[in-house]
Design a protein around this ligand. Structure first.
Ligand code: NAP
Ligand code: G4F
Length: 392
């Protein structure tokens, strides 16, 4: 009897929580803009979610099921229990390779907020260029067909929703002119870049054929303290920080001569938002207008850490960097070369400056400094924990 009574009380509480959550969502959605982000757990997705929450949006993010909790680490500080009042960020399990899960997510948003998202940002991707040579079909499915699946769902369910496609400077590939603008022809050199060209074109096609507010941001490389650790900038800042504290001996890199136009992700997600605030959909190049080589990034990072490093002067696979104690800290491993390499990228962001009023705040040196300081702090914590373990 007592058990039955407790059960009904418990059910009542759950019911009240559901009603409360839905009511709260409903009133919020009526007042606030709603955005859906694919790739919310990635570098850009996490900064974009922060930006939209600060602007008062309700934010939905598509996440993939994983056997660990680690994939949400970039947004854990934003997530709240959905039963808490004031929660404005929500996860739906879905995958860009699974049309049904995309449609279900849109329907769930409609059910919960009684309207469809005002804006969709398609940031989900297998975004590593070298890995796309190992997994060309999966990469093309997620990056190329994934964009089409999103657009098709929009056309069928929410044709008024504004759509942002995360296009890439990688599409310029073996560059036809320098710097690259919206008018520069694409010349892709990897499965990833070929898939991004398809996604770019299909976005433009849905805009022209069906009047959907669909825009491409052609973003040049942007990094941050949240950059994946197998992209070259983070690999260098993390690797050198750990070497400086004796946590690892050396790092192995590929082509040191590649040049990139590197900015900070925080500045670039602001450009994404500005693109969707325009009355007319369009395509924009977003970059800093400065280029630097991987070698320069390596030397700048060493400088930030106060490490005195020098090249042995050899070229290609025999080159090494040596520290002041004669220790080799950088070696070249051909594993990190690509079957085809994009040698140089440099943005001409004039259109974005003129129409969006967008300009990057963080440039090369500050970017290297921020990333290095962050990775040095992480390495210090790692070293402290390691030493504590030893003393047990
Ligand atoms: P990222 O850190 O690699 O994040 C990629 C995101 O996509 C992650 O949330 C990932 O989820 C998700 N994802 C992967 N496969 C998926 C699938 N099958 N279905 C749904 N989601 C999937 O990339 P980023 O640097 O933030 O870049 C964001 C977007 O901009 C990408 O489309 C990238 O190609 C493009 N882009 C990036 C740059 C740059 O320099 N960063 C420049 C130009 C364009 P998990 O966390 O579960 O893996
Ligand atoms: O850091 P990366 O892997 O970035 P990549 O290939 O330029 O692609 C990034 O930017 C694109 C925009 O242009 C995005 F669309 C894409 O999603 C991604 O975010 O490599 C940068 C350069 C390359 O030339 C590479 O060959 O660094 C060279 N590199 C040299 N050693 C290395 C390494 N790259 C990596 N990942 N690892 C190395 O050890």
């Amino acid at each position: 009897m007592e058990k039955e009574f407790l059960k009904s009380i418990f059910e009542l509480i759950l019911f009240k929580q559901t009603i409360f959550k839905n009511l709260h969502l409903l009133t919020s959605a009526m007042e606030k803009k709603t955005a859906l982000i694919t790739g919310i757990t990635g570098q850009d997705g996490s900064y974009l979610a922060e930006l939209l929450l600060n602007k008062g949006y309700l934010v939905y993010g598509l996440v993939r099921r994983s056997s660990t909790e680690a994939t949400t680490e970039r947004i854990d500080h934003l997530l709240k229990d959905v039963h808490e009042s004031g929660a404005r960020i929500f996860r739906h399990y879905a995958d860009l390779t699974d049309t049904d899960s995309i449609i279900s997510s849109l329907m769930k948003i409609k059910e919960e907020t009684k309207k469809l998202p005002d804006e969709i940002y398609n940031l989900g991707a297998q975004s590593h260029v070298r890995i796309s040579f190992d997994t060309p079909i999966d990469t093309s499915d997620i990056v190329g067909l994934g964009a089409l699946r999103m657009l098709r769902a929009i056309k069928l369910i929410c044709p008024e929703t504004k759509f942002y496609q995360a296009s890439s400077s990688e599409m310029f590939g073996d560059v036809i002119e320098t710097p690259q603008s919206e008018k520069t022809p694409f010349n892709p050199l990897s499965p990833y870049a070929c898939a991004k060209v398809f996604a770019f074109n299909i976005t433009k096609m849905y805009r022209n054929a069906y009047g959907i507010h669909a825009s491409n941001g052609i973003l040049f490389n942007h990094e941050s303290e949240r950059r994946g650790v197998n992209f070259v900038t983070r690999k260098i800042t993390r690797g050198l920080a750990r070497i400086s504290l004796g946590l690892q001996d050396k790092i192995f890199l590929g082509n040191l001569e590649s040049e990139r136009d590197w900015g900070h992700s925080k500045d670039f997600v602001n450009a994404m938002w500005l693109i969707l605030q325009q009355d007319k959909p369009d395509d924009y190049v977003i970059g800093t207008g400065e280029k630097h080589s991987v070698r320069e990034f390596l030397e700048e990072t060493a400088k930030c850490l106060g490490m005195n490093i020098n090249s042995n002067g050899e070229k290609g696979v025999n080159e090494k960097y040596i520290d002041e104690n004669g220790k080799v800290i950088v070696e070249i491993d051909p594993h990190f070369f690509r079957p085809l390499e994009v040698k140089t990228l440099l943005a001409n962001p004039e259109k974005a400056k003129k129409i969006l009023g967008w300009e990057p705040k963080i440039k090369f040196k500050e970017l290297a400094q921020l990333m290095t300081e962050h990775d040095f702090k992480l390495a210090e914590t790692e070293a402290y924990l390691k030493n504590r373990k030893r003393s047990w």
